[in-house]
Design a protein around this ligand. Structure first.
Ligand code: NAP
Length: 253
């Protein structure tokens, strides 16, 4: 029998979107590998529950209510992580929102909110954590999407925000790589989480267009993405920098 992986022993990990789905699975997986986890999310009760589950999985964990689109809250979340655990080795940006609308009907306020959370939120977290990651020679794993790589009908704002996450990741990887900080991204697709459970498409949705994003077999659980995030955040991926990896059941192949 192989020994369980302990790649995050003594490592401090900050996970956003940790109250639900992929973020919760990531907090749990990295804790199970020995990590000390700061779980950040908007949802107070659910993020506290995630931190509890992560601690039970084997690591230490603390919850922090944070809106990643708010620069002040982001700064204090990063400070809280350093105050509690003394450092940051890994930043996993998982928080995100998805809204569907016909592009010609999408209110600009909704476009702005999607970009603000998915792209600006990821940028703000990276910006606040980078001084600490430079000290620890740590790494970042951002969450993009298959929608950054193939048109998602009714999802223009979402896809654009996730394509921005890829460009941000590549920029950080090249700017800080020689200083010992890596940045990579995951591109999930067709993962069973609250986000994909009951999507609110426009009334006259053309499902044939939406089905172009279908996986070969079936939707998989968030732990499949958490496993990839764990690999990219670990020393196993020491020579992987500026990369994005799909985890989508071949939906784009
Ligand atoms: P999820 O279950 O809805 O989890 C996302 C979490 O992020 C929720 O707890 C959400 O809170 C939180 N959040 C939203 N806005 C936030 C903010 N401003 N600050 C802090 N936390 C915030 O969705 P998921 O499927 O796990 O998605 C995780 C990430 O994977 C997202 O970035 C998503 O775009 C990406 N992704 C998912 C899939 C998929 O198939 N599931 C595919 C491609 C990419 P609320 O519940 O209040 O919104």
């Amino acid at each position: 029998m192989t020994a369980p992986l302990r790649r995050f022993e003594d490592k401090v990990v900050l996970v956003t979107g940790a109250a639900s789905g992929i973020g919760a699975a990531t907090a749990e997986r990295l804790a199970a590998e020995g990590g000390r986890i700061l779980c950040a999310d908007l949802q107070e009760e659910a993020v506290a529950e995630s931190a509890k589950r992560a601690a039970e999985a084997g690591g230490e964990a603390e919850a922090r209510v944070t809106d990643v689109s708010d620069p002040e809250q982001v700064r204090s979340c990063v400070e809280a992580c350093v105050d509690r655990f003394g450092r940051i080795d890994v930043l996993c940006n998982v928080a995100g929102i998805l809204r569907f609308a016909h592009t010609h009907e999408m209110p600009v306020e909704e476009w702005n909110r999607i970009v603000q959370v998915n792209l600006t939120g990821t940028f703000l977290m990276c910006q606040a954590a980078l001084p600490h990651l430079l000290e620890s020679r740590g790494c970042i794993v951002n969450t993009s999407s298959t929608s950054a790589l193939k048109g998602l009908p009714y999802g223009a704002a979402y896809g654009a925000s996730k394509a921005g996450v890829l460009a941000l990741t590549a920029a950080i990887a090249t700017e800080y790589g020689r200083k010992g900080v890596r940045a990579n991204a995951v591109c999930p697709g067709s993962i069973s989480t609250p986000m994909t459970k009951d999507p609110a498409f426009p009334d006259d949705v053309n499902m044939r267009l939406v089905m172009r994003h279908s996986p070969l077999d079936e939707f998989r659980g968030p732990e499949t993405v958490a496993g990839l995030i764990a690999f990219l955040a670990s020393e196993d991926a020491a020579h992987v920098n500026g990369e994005h990896v799909r985890v989508d059941g071949a939906s784009l192949s």
